[in-house]
Design a protein around this ligand. Structure first.
Ligand SMILES: [Cu+2]
Length: 82
């Protein structure tokens, strides 16, 4: 869900995102995406299958939304698959 005024291309490392709904409405044709472009006011539902153990970064691809000279911050987190 994007509550802001900027576009955020959200990327999960290593595992494709299966996009199944937009703004609460199921898509007739779900699709796999490496990066999901989430515009202001948009919501997406995605399914990811964590079949590979590891720590997978999930972040915005606009680098100044997730990275500074001091390291990662802001729109970055990790999905841990054990
Ligand atoms: Cu962003």
């Amino acid at each position: 869900m994007n509550e802001g005024l900027l576009i955020h291309p959200m990327h999960l490392h290593g595992i494709p995102q299966k996009v199944v709904a937009k703004d609460g409405h199921r898509l007739p044709q779900p699709y796999l995406a490496d990066t999901v472009l989430v515009g202001p006011g948009e919501r997406y539902d995605v399914i990811v299958e964590g079949s590979e153990p590891g720590v997978w970064a999930f972040h915005c691809h606009v680098l100044n939304h997730a990275e500074s000279p001091n390291g990662m911050f802001g729109m970055v987190t990790a999905m841990i698959v054990e």
